[in-house]
Design a protein around this ligand. Structure first.
Ligand SMILES: [Zn+2]
Length: 458
């Protein structure tokens, strides 16, 4: 391994140059106008993976954005086959005016690279390619059998990936899935994430009168859909942060004593947390710590709301339409399809008869848990210790990677979540960044990890 680590050390400058090139491609998957850019990011990966020494590199077209595949299957039948998954699409960038530098002109400041996708997830998939490249260039081989898939639709719900996985079961068959799309628990504390929350994302459309009305002539006599919607939203949670949708908590697994003890051991400074976010007080479900609230308990949040006049000055309108996007983060064993029905039933129950309501399910994903007492997780602990020189911790992540469940259901493979971002990387927000020290140590860790995985008897 020492030659491989030496190779990584001596190629850092080149890695940074290549990463900047990759991050400059605006691969925003929810924007029709960026379709060509998303494709360009896929083609960039194709070229990079060919250069790295991976074989059978192929771009699979889908009904949406392409999936890039590559493999290297020469380690032998008695070695594990590892599927590396990640995504090369990114979140939209607005509000653009809050970015210090343009989101697709990567800038390095204080040892961090600032750009959309730097941490989520382009920077992290790039690290895998470099870890594999180091093995392939130095040893002309890989210690395990490797398959790689990178998709371009993670940020829009992996619309076509599920079908791809079930169509290509044979091609993707593997013993483990490795995903680097999470954060370390905190700086200098390498972490293994063993649980992910699921997601249920809904849209609510409210219609009042059949056209916009003059609020002087009609105000007071006709329901205002914005008022009605706001009223309904306040009925989704009580003032103790508990969600009021009937049956919402029915399938929630209780946290074990052991889990709560592990959470309590994780370093967390509430004052620093508040200061970082610029808030005076934290808010959340009564009876749970902040760590539990943001990772191991379900939530409900309004993500967007609209209606009426929003231009300059005043316009005395009583609008016809109002709407909101509302998401719920789910925990084991909640099911997004079931929650979507409960949400719709509840909203229809509380909607006043003076408005029409339409509820649409936009996307969902199931929550997941990976057992921590397995050889692949132990190999990850060893690799993280070698890469960072620190004993890693276990934690649960509040975000969602719904595809983890698909890998389990379709391929029977557990996912190992080995992420190198930091909680303050501003993913999905302006000024997304990635710490270069984690980027470089992460490449070494991944190179160690492929080696550690090869010691597992299959
Ligand atoms: Zn991501």
């Amino acid at each position: 391994m020492s030659e491989i680590i030496k190779y990584i050390e001596s190629n850092k400058d080149r890695y940074l140059k290549e990463l900047i090139e990759f991050l400059s491609i605006p691969s925003i998957s929810n924007d029709e106008e960026k379709k060509k850019d998303v494709k360009d990011a896929a083609l960039w990966l194709e070229k990079e993976m060919k250069k790295s020494g991976l074989e059978n590199v192929k771009v699979f077209e889908t009904a949406g954005h392409p999936i890039v595949y590559a493999d290297y299957l020469k380690a032998g039948k008695n070695k594990p086959t590892v599927l590396i998954y990640g995504h090369y699409d990114v979140q939209p960038v607005d509000p653009l005016e809050l970015w210090t530098d343009p989101p697709f002109s990567p800038v390095v400041r204080d040892g961090k690279i600032y750009a959309r996708g730097s941490a989520d997830d382009k920077g992290q998939i790039f690290m895998h390619i470099k870890g594999l490249e180091a093995h392939l260039q130095v040893s002309k081989s890989l210690p395990v059998n490797i398959k790689v898939i990178f998709e371009g639709e993670e940020e829009v719900g992996s619309i076509n990936l599920e079908k791809f996985i079930s169509d290509q079961k044979e091609l993707l068959k593997s013993d483990y899935v490795v995903i680097s799309d999470t954060s370390m628990y905190t700086d200098n504390l390498p972490s293994i994430c063993y649980g992910l929350r699921g997601l249920c994302f809904m849209q609510v459309d409210i219609t009042g009168p059949n056209r916009d009305l003059h609020s002087g002539s009609y105000g007071g006599g006709v329901e205002n859909p914005i008022n009605a919607l706001a009223n309904m939203i306040t009925k989704l949670k009580d003032d103790k942060g508990r969600i009021l949708i009937d049956g919402f908590y029915d399938d929630v697994l209780k946290l074990t004593k052991k889990e709560r003890e592990e959470f309590a051991r994780l370093p967390f400074e509430e004052d620093k947390y508040k200061e970082d976010l610029g808030v005076e007080e934290l808010y959340g479900e009564e009876g749970y710590t902040t760590i539990e609230r943001v990772s191991a308990r379900p939530t409900l949040d309004c993500n967007g709301i609209w209606g009426g006049y929003q231009g300059q000055g005043a316009k005395t309108v009583l609008p016809s339409l109002a709407g909101a996007k509302i998401s719920m983060r789910l925990v084991p064993n909640q099911d997004p399809a079931k929650i979507a029905v409960l949400f719709e039933d509840y909203l229809k129950k509380i909607a006043p008869r003076s408005v029409k309501i339409k509820v649409t399910s936009l996307h969902g994903g199931k929550p997941s848990v990976t057992p921590i007492d397995t050889p692949a997780i132990e190999a990850a602990v060893t690799a993280l210790k070698k890469g960072f020189g620190v004993e890693p911790v276990y934690f649960k992540e509040g975000g969602s990677i719904p595809i983890v469940n698909t890998f389990k259901e379709e391929l029977g493979a557990d996912s190992i979540l080995l992420g190198f971002g930091l909680p303050d990387d501003n993913i999905h927000s302006p000024n997304e960044k990635f710490d270069l020290s984690n980027f470089y140590r992460g490449i070494s860790t991944l190179a160690y990890y492929y080696d550690e995985l090869s010691k597992i008897k299959i």
